[in-house]
Design a protein around this ligand. Structure first.
Ligand SMILES: *Cc1c(COP(=O)(O)O)cnc(C)c1O
Length: 402
């Protein structure tokens, strides 16, 4: 006999580590951009498991590839070769314009690996060259190093001592970076587009200028594309849109369509810093996760697929701007690109209320950075579904904007 909704809430309250501020629904299954809870209520999912379910739920080729691979081999360790891993690495190398890929199991692990290889690379020329510069309001993960890289003090509280050698600059402020970067900087690590911190896009030539400063100080440029990558911006990597190539890019979230995975991809020059034994993982790059990644990597980079994401993003953004015109006092900004969009509320007072009001109407959205409604749906949504979300938002905002 399966548990009721209330039994699951009660068990979670009693038995699960209380670190999540959950919404009170128990999800059971999904199809395309929809998920259903265990009472049978349907939701239009414009969060996509936090930018993870890029091909939607129950996407047949992905489900089949995972089932087929699970029947053959789920895991063998990295002491042996597997075809899915080699194939996924080759695709990432080709798409990124970089040279070597490594697979882990999460975003934090991808960034942790990127930080490690950047330090090892810098130490070859100068053992004191170890500083990692990241941005305020960034999000890079929850391990101790990536937590420290995350420029949000609220996440640091109580976890000290934190690893040394991290410092912060304001995203989009090139003067501040110019003042802080030095020959002791091993790497500058930035989200190409800041997600968690409230959907902030690079302004003007910011990323070009960051690239130039890194080159001047022989610091590596790491782009964290864990949220902005895998087609979300309308380009496979958001950095392609801004015409700036990093030395290292990190990926996770959408890379295997929902199966846990992380990756960092580096140039040959950087790769030379690592030798056998310098880094590793038991699960990372296992054939199950890589079989799933291969489906994503065979689907999303398709020019027609990406063009569709770009068009849907423009359509959605226009509609959000329409809402902003209607509720000027309530919605103060609309930003983002592709299907990584944010609408900033005037105050944090109603963020969770709006999300809950949408949920009651069967629409899942998210609020980040206290007051930024964030839209990171599966990349396979339709214009009609965007219209539905806009109508639901309109109704929800109308109730609070009076
Ligand atoms: C989600 C996210 C991470 C962390 O990924 P996990 O898989 O939760 O460890 C890191 N960087 C960015 C930009 C993210 O959005």
């Amino acid at each position: 006999m399966s548990a009721t909704e209330q039994q699951i809430f009660d068990t979670d309250a009693k038995d699960y580590l209380p670190v999540f501020n959950r919404y009170r629904i128990v999800l059971d299954h999904g199809e395309g951009a929809y998920v259903w809870d265990i009472t049978g209520k349907r939701y239009l999912d414009f969060l996509g498991g936090i930018a993870v379910n890029v091909l939607g739920h129950g996407y047949k080729p992905l489900v089949d590839a995972v089932a087929r691979q699970a029947g053959k081999l789920i895991h063998v360790s990295n002491l042996y070769y597997t075809e899915p891993q080699a194939s996924a690495a080759a695709k990432l190398v080709k798409l990124s314009g970089l040279d070597r890929a490594f697979f882990g199991n999460s975003g934090a692990e991808a960034n942790e690996g990127a930080i490690k290889i950047a330090r090892k690379y810098a130490h070859r020329t100068d053992p004191g060259k170890s500083e990692i510069l990241t941005a305020w309001d960034s999000f890079h993960g929850r391990t101790l190093a990536t937590l420290t890289a995350t420029g949000q003090p609220k996440y640091h509280e109580g976890f000290g001592p934190l690893p040394a050698g991290f410092d912060y600059i304001h995203y989009n402020d090139i003067e501040e970076l110019e003042a802080k970067i030095s020959d002791k900087t091993a790497a500058v690590m930035l989200e190409t587009i800041q997600g968690e911190g409230g959907v902030h896009t690079p302004k003007g030539d910011y990323l070009q200028n960051v690239r130039a400063l890194c080159d001047r100080h022989h610091a590596l440029l790491i782009f964290d594309e864990i949220q902005s990558g895998i087609g979300r911006s309308g380009a496979f990597f958001a950095y392609e849109k801004y015409g700036v190539k990093p030395d290292i890019v990190t990926l996770a979230k959408g890379l295997a369509g929902g199966v846990p995975i992380g990756a960092f991809v580096v140039t040959n020059e950087v790769a030379r810093a690592f030798h056998a034994g310098d880094h590793g993982t038991t699960f990372g790059g296992n054939p199950l996760a890589c079989a799933a990644a291969n489906v994503v990597l065979d689907t999303v980079p398709n020019p027609a697929f990406l063009a569709r994401v770009e068009l849907l993003g423009m359509y959605f953004r226009k509609k959000l701007e329409g809402l902003q015109k209607k509720y000027r006092e309530f919605l103060v900004d609309v930003r983002g690109t592709g299907l990584l969009l944010g609408a900033e509320l005037a105050s944090a007072q109603h963020g969770r209320d709006i999300v809950n009001a949408c949920l009651a109407e069967g629409v899942i959205i998210n609020c980040t950075a206290g007051k930024v409604l964030r839209f990171i749906p599966p990349l396979i949504i339709t214009e009609a579904q965007i219209d539905e979300v806009i109508a639901t938002l309109d109704k929800a905002i109308f109730n609070y904007a009076r």
